[in-house]
Design a protein around this ligand. Sequence first.
Ligand code: CA
Length: 243
Amino acid sequence: MVAAQNKSVAAKSTWLEYIATVRILVVEDEKKTAAFLAKGLREARFRAHSAGDGVAGLTAARTGEFDLLIVDIMLPKMDGWTLVRELRDAGVNTPVIFLTARDSVRDRVKGLELGADDYVVKPFAFSELLARVRSLLRRTPAKSDEIRIQDLEIDTRHHRATRHGVPLNLTPKEFLLLTHLARAGGEVVSRKEIAEHVWDINFNTDTNVVDVVVRRLRAKVDDPFKKKLVHTIRGVGYALKAH
Ligand code: CA
């Protein structure tokens, strides 16, 4: 009984830790709706980002950094259907929930053929959207959750990282930083971008907060190991790569 209870508490805490790492992109041109969604998602502890038109949405979604997309169908510059089709063509399979005012069977079929995972018909209650977000995240296969760089393994879903099989005891900020660097595929990530991503706010880039966290990350990821993975590119930023 107690064991079962503990197990359920542990599962809940893992889920909450996971939620805090989930990045959701909202592509919606109606400012009020976009703000309402972003606020609600943040209150539910997700990390929410917004794009105001289809082209901006596609650009952001193509980075593959998001775990879930909420896409309005009627958008300026590029409609939601085109956005998702282009995204799938680019090999990005992030799950999508379409927001639509058009509740017709034909539209639903079209969306599903394009690889949308779910629909929410406007106007909707936020609780309904939230339930679908959670359900979609739970059933999304864990295929892209593992990132591997040499002997470094990052499990983004379970918030775990190991090097040479040794668990790295990272804080949530350190973990976010590591994941962000890893997803850049060896490219340099600027300090400003790190600040915005890891703290989710616009940052004065003079601050050395980024350097401090990088130093702490290095102490855990690199210092105990011969091969260094975190590289400083002077005056530019940081890169995570094998060479
Ligand atoms: Ca719209």
